[in-house]
Every structure is written in C-alpha cells, then in structure tokens.
Design a protein around this ligand. Structure first.
Ligand code: COA
Length: 260
C-alpha cells in the first residue's frame, strides 16, 4: 500500500506503520487520518499480518497532535464530526483484533498521546514526551483521551494531565503506567520488532482470543467479561494449537503452532 502521509511495510508477518509528516512533527491532518483508517482496515483483513508496530518518522515526534491549522476552522457542528472521525479511527485500531504496539519515538501530544492510548502496548524512547495539551488551545481531548487515559492510569493523575496540559517525560510516563518499557532512541524499533516477533511466534488463535478478552474489559461488567473469557477459553480448547502446545510441553519440545 502506498500513502502520501504514511509509510507502510510488512516484514515477517509484522506490519510497520510510520506516520510520515516529520516537518509537521507528524501532526494528524484529515488526510493522514483517512490514510490511517484505510491502512488499518486493510491490515485487519490481511491474514498474512499477525502484529502491527506504529511509530513516527524522524527523531523528534511520534505524533504532535491533531493538525492545529485544521482545528482552527472548526465550528460547533464540524467539531463534533471532527472528534467522531478521530474516535472512529482510533476505535478501529483498538478493536483491530491483532496486537498493535506503539513505539513512541518523541512527542506524543494530544491526538498523538490518544493514538498511543488506542494501541495495546506502549513503549517509548528516553527522550519522548507525553501530554494532552488541548486546554491550552481552548478545547479538550476529542479522540478518546479523556476516557482511555482515565481508565489506564490513576484518575487523579489523568485529571491533572488533562486539566493542566502539562507535558511529562518518559520516566514519569513509565512511573504512572502510561508506557510499559523505556529504551534508548536507537534501540526502540529493534525492541518493538523483537516484541512483535515474540507475539507473532505464538499460536495466533490464542493471541486473538486473549486480545479480544483484554479489549472487552473496558466495555463489560465483570460477570459478562468473565463469561466472555470462559467462552473464548473454550474456543481455544478446540484448536489444533491447543493440542500441539500442551503436547509439546509434555514431550519437552518447542510447539509448532499452525494458527488453527
Ligand atoms: N499541528 C500542526 N502543526 C504542528 C503541530 C500540530 N499539532 N505540532 C507541531 N507542528 C508544526 C509547527 O507548526 C512547525 O511547523 P513550521 O515549521 O511550518 O512552522 C513544525 O511542526 C515544528 O514544530 P515547532 O513548534 O517549530 O517545534 P518545537 O520543537 O519548537 O516545539 C512542540 C515542539 C511539540 C512543543 C510544539 O510544536 C507544539 O507545542 N506543538 C503543538 C502540540 C499540541 O498542542 N498538540 C495538541 C493538538 S490538539
């Protein structure tokens, strides 16, 4: 797939999606959001892709937010459509059905932080910076940030970040649970690829069932979540991979998963 604002590559069943507007710190304009939607719709259908890694082009930014030059022209009606479109694209990423890893290589602000939040796993380089600075522009996060950030971390810390618009460094993002791993900038993509390869080497039915259960956690009350978990568990019990994984353990060898 070829895009104007995104680089897309598949290696070894891993899709690498790179937001490619480095001169604008990879800010998400309308065209880039459209391309992200197209790209992730295609990844969803592609049986040859197991895991996705998303990052930003250049050393400075993952994504520095929605494109402020486009924001400036919004009115009340257009603002609702604008926010809903971003939410729709980020919901597509969260509900992709395949693991998405955010390799946060610099500024992850506003829509950039929200994009990372829509991914299932976040890792960052030491010099990355995170924040929801929308209040400084007279708006609030509109691509799911008030919801996902508040669910992910302590709600008081989420409120403090959103209400002050303050930026935090990677150490602080790690401390509050916003990112799971921190690496030197030059190591980040290698580590993201290693993690993607590790996940890709497992039986993909179990990976997808586990992800579905994890993602549903936000939507379902505990009893329904546990009911879904036991149903997905039972689906796994009917797979060849389950027979192979358990047999391989008993025979003290590595499993040879067939993803069925
Ligand atoms: N939308 C549109 N353009 C953006 C942008 C955004 N969110 N973030 C950065 N840019 C552009 C700048 O306008 C500048 O373009 P120019 O060279 O044509 O003037 C270019 O990216 C480089 O940014 P610059 O501000 O010069 O870099 P910096 O190192 O001085 O500052 C930031 C970096 C991230 C602190 C600063 O760019 C910033 O505050 N960006 C906006 C962050 C934000 O509010 N995001 C939430 C939006 S809802």
């Amino acid at each position: 797939m070829k895009f104007a604002n995104i680089l897309f590559e598949v290696r070894n069943k891993i899709a690498f999606v790179t937001i490619n507007r480095p001169d604008k710190l990879n800010a998400l304009n309308d065209a880039t959001l459209d391309e992200l939607e197209q790209c992730f719709n295609s990844i969803k259908k592609d049986g040859a892709i197991n895991v996705v890694v998303i990052t930003g082009k250049g050393e400075k930014a993952f994504v520095a937010g929605a494109d402020i030059s486009e924001l400036h022209n919004l009115d009340v009606v257009a603002g609702k459509t604008f926010a809903e479109k971003g939410q729709q694209v980020f919901n597509l990423i969260e509900k992709l059905g395949k693991p998405v890893i955010a390799a946060v290589n610099g500024y992850a602000l506003g829509g950039g932080c929200e994009l990372a939040l829509a991914c299932h796993i976040r890792m960052a380089s030491k010099h990355a910076k995170f924040g929801q600075p929308e209040v400084n522009l007279g708006i609030i996060p509109g691509y799911g940030g008030t919801q996902r950030l508040t669910r992910l971390i302590n709600s008081g810390i989420s409120a403090e970040l959103i209400l002050t618009g303050d930026l935090i460094d990677t150490n602080e993002a790690f401390r509050i649970g916003l990112v799971g791993k921190v690496y030197a900038a030059e190591e980040l993509m290698e580590k993201a690829t290693e993690l993607a390869e590790k996940i890709s080497s497992k039986g993909q039915v179990a990976i997808r069932m586990a992800l579905r259960s994890i993602v549903s956690c936000d939507d379902l009350p505990d009893a329904e979540g546990q009911n879904l978990e036991s149903s997905l568990f039972s689906i796994c019990c009917g797979t060849e991979d389950f027979k192979e994984g358990t047999l391989a353990f008993l025979e003290k060898r590595k499993p040879n998963f067939k993803n069925s």
